[in-house]
Design a protein around this ligand. Structure first.
Ligand code: NAP
Length: 289
């Protein structure tokens, strides 16, 4: 663990958003273990005990920085600090995010906007802040943490799913824009991963209102997600490994699936002769839980 301002020159520099838990924490540690000087950023530094202990034990080149992707000042000040200390960002991992649970009709526009503010606009805010430096150094890689829910729409998560679909389009589009500057862009698409994600899901009260016309569907989705978490989910290290692979190979793929469930689902999708047949397969899958 490095002290404040005690930069280690010579290493490639990585910045990870949402490092307080789950995929962000595992990814920050994996990058630091593999020689990247890592800025593990989080919005609430009081949640840093876990990562501090792990980094100190292994003497990792890792430093904490406060960064809330929803707050322009916080983003700019984190990037200014990293620029002053290192003068470069080789790897930017856009990981911060959360899930909003509920059928579309049961969600308010404010709840949906808040979901987009973090998962989509927050990612854009941090990317835009980092890009001038990355362009100037003429190289680097941006890894967006998407989801298999950015390739396949799941009921009860329309807001979340649509942020991750939006991220797919953004990733593809900017991969062309940034190529002339030597900056690569990839998207990692995890399946269900054992993190705080499901416990931390925002579940608006209307979603569990007994009068909601979607109550039965939401209860079924809840059971499906819990069962997937218990029986089929992968560890956050699986995602960290995919990120590490993307940032260490010479020619990374545009997309990396992470987790066996993600691979199986995408294979099902590819093999399905039509969208309708895939929908029927997915519905059958849900009803088995
Ligand atoms: N777990 C899964 O099954 C799964 C599957 C596919 C994709 N993903 C994606 O993976 C990413 C990480 O999720 P996770 O599974 O590791 O869940 P997690 O353990 O809940 O971690 C989410 C991280 O995002 C942070 N965060 C939320 N809002 C933020 C903000 N405004 N600014 C900065 N950080 C913020 C959280 O900080 P706090 O601790 O302060 O809340 C936390 O560090 C998310 O983008 C998620 O959509 C997860």
């Amino acid at each position: 663990m490095q002290k404040e301002g005690q930069e280690k020159k010579g290493n490639k520099v990585a910045v990870v958003s949402g490092s307080s838990s789950g995929i962000g924490l595992a990814t920050s540690l994996a990058l630091a273990r593999n020689g990247f000087y890592t800025y593990a950023t989080m919005r609430n530094l009081e949640k840093s005990a876990g990562i501090i202990d792990a980094a100190a034990k292994e003497k990792l080149p890792l430093q904490l920085v406060q960064l809330d992707v929803n707050d322009e000042r916080s983003v700019n000040s984190a990037i200014a600090k990293i620029t002053a200390e290192q003068g470069r960002i080789d790897v930017l991992v856009n990981n911060a995010g959360y899930g909003l649970f509920g059928a579309l009709e049961d969600l308010s526009i404010e709840e949906i906007k808040a979901q987009y503010e973090t998962n989509f606009f927050g990612l854009i805010r941090l990317t835009q802040a980092a890009l001038p430096l990355m362009r100037k150094q003429n190289g680097g890689i941006i890894v967006n943490v998407g989801s298999v829910a950015g390739r396949i729409g799941f009921p009860g998560t329309a807001a979340y799913t649509s942020t991750k679909f939006a991220l797919e389009g953004l990733t593809e589009a900017i991969s062309y824009e940034l190529e002339p500057f030597g900056i690569k862009v990839v998207i990692v698409e995890p399946g269900v991963i054992k993190t705080n994600f499901l416990n931390g899901m925002v579940v608006p009260r209307k979603t569990s209102d007994p009068n909601s016309p979607y109550l039965q569907l939401m209860q079924q989705m809840n059971a499906t997600l819990s069962s997937m978490r218990e029986n089929g989910s992968s560890s956050p290290e699986v995602v960290a490994k995919a990120v590490l692979q993307a940032v260490t190979v010479e020619n990374p793929e545009l997309r990396y699936l992470a987790g066996e469930d993600a691979v199986t689902l995408m294979e099902m999708r590819k093999k399905a002769p039509s969208d309708e047949e895939f929908r029927q397969m997915l519905k059958q899958n849900f009803s088995q839980h």
